[in-house]
Design a protein around this ligand. Structure first.
Ligand code: PLP
Length: 381
């Protein structure tokens, strides 16, 4: 079955008890047993829940994964993955990793003796030189947040495996509709389902998928042992989001391409970061490993003041953190999502503006951006 069909049907058969076409929200903490230890696969909802199970089955299928495990948030998935490691282990991460992941590695795990090395995206062609015997994991985002850097997943997998480490790919920006890291050799794919997978800015959730039975068994064990599980209603919201993922992504990509092209020609814009632009340094790799280029666009305004003025002046692009919903959002990473990276190896440029391009009319979005760019410029003159 094709992606669009699996998104709607896998793990989502009509309810056998009633025929309900939509997976019920099994809002229950526990399950009655027929006799001591005799149950239908469910004993307690931290361990297993039918609505969560439907989400795990559907999303694993979309990532071409044998195993899928849902978590309470993207960072809930991340912290669970960190528990695959031990103090002293070394992890190489892409330098412009999501700000919340950097806060976790630098302020939670580093003080416990874990070691992290932050490698700029442009050094990934030489990844092998940065791995040693103690390196257990390589962690990349591609495209990355907020710089939209692109890493060659297949090449990174080869170097990582030669060093005996695991490659984890945060696929939040691309979604499995645009890119499937496990097919390219990654060991684990991780998501903030809060973003495109939920798709409607109404839920916080996380997910991990793998084809490695040993890793899967450990992640499943850690899901129940650490307890970062999504509730039934949150699982249901993400499951509902998945059904329309393909059509939403097509519109996100089309709108983002138009926005990026117009911004690139705009006199008030210093530089645009979008993997779909031929000028983007990762364009060729992105074209090879992605179906299309995604809905996220970043650009440099002429100054930090102008970046803030633009973000404050758009009307349709709402000033907010997060991304991946049907509605367009605008933000200044250095002062919002990536404030935790101020003293980091990578710091978001203070004049960077990040757009999550929604699925409204592209014409309306362009008018909104044009008006904000012009009035911000007039004011700062
Ligand atoms: C938002 C985000 C996360 C964190 O996910 P939460 O659901 O907010 O915990 C991780 N990685 C990326 C790329 C993100 O955008």
């Amino acid at each position: 079955m094709d992606f669009e069909t699996r998104a709607i049907h896998v793990g989502q058969e009509p309810d056998p008890a009633t025929g309900a076409i939509i997976t019920p929200i099994y809002q229950t903490s526990t399950y009655v047993q027929d006799a001591v230890g005799e149950h239908k696969g469910y004993d307690y909802s931290r361990v297993a829940n039918p609505t969560r199970h439907a989400l795990e089955t559907a999303l694993a299928s979309l990532e071409s994964a044998e195993y899928g495990i849902a978590y309470s948030s993207g960072l809930g998935a991340t912290t669970t993955l960190m528990h695959l490691l031990n103090p002293g282990d070394r992890v190489v991460l892409i330098a412009d990793v999501y700000g919340g992941v950097y806060r976790m590695t630098s302020q939670v795990y580093e003080p416990k003796g874990y070691r992290f090395h932050y490698l700029p995206a442009e050094d990934f062609p030489n990844l092998a030189e940065h791995l040693d015997d103690s390196t257990r994991m390589v962690w990349i985002e591609t495209p990355s947040n907020p710089m939209l850097n692109v890493v060659d997943i297949a090449a990174a997998a080869e170097a990582t495996h030669a060093a005996g480490a695991l490659l984890v790919v945060d696929n939040t920006f691309a979604t499995p509709y645009l890119q499937r890291p496990l097919e390219l050799g990654a060991d684990v794919v991780v998501h903030s389902t809060t973003k495109y997978l939920g798709g409607h800015s109404d839920v916080v959730g996380g997910f991990a998928a793998t084809n490695d039975p040993t890793v899967a068994e450990r992640l499943r064990f850690l899901q129940k042992s650490l307890g970062a599980v999504p509730g039934p209603f949150d699982s249901w919201l993400v499951l509902r989001g998945l059904k329309t993922l393909a059509v939403r992504m097509r519109q996100h990509c089309q709108n983002a391409m138009e926005v990026a092209a117009v911004l690139e020609r705009h006199s008030r814009v210093e530089r645009v970061f979008y993997p779909g632009l031929p000028s983007h340094p990762g364009h060729t790799i992105a074209a090879r490993q992605m179906r299309d280029f995604g809905g996220m666009v970043s650009f440099l305004a002429e100054s930090p003041e102008e970046a803030a003025a633009i973000a404050g002046r758009t009307q349709l692009f709402q000033l907010a953190e997060s991304l991946g919903g049907v509605e367009s959002l605008i933000e200044v990473p250095a002062r919002m999502t990536h404030a935790a990276t101020a003293d980091a190896p990578f710091a978001a440029p203070p004049n960077l503006v990040r757009l999550s391009v929604g699925i409204e009319s592209a014409e309306d979005l362009l008018t909104d951006l044009e008006d904000a760019l012009v009035s911000a410029a007039a004011r700062s003159r």
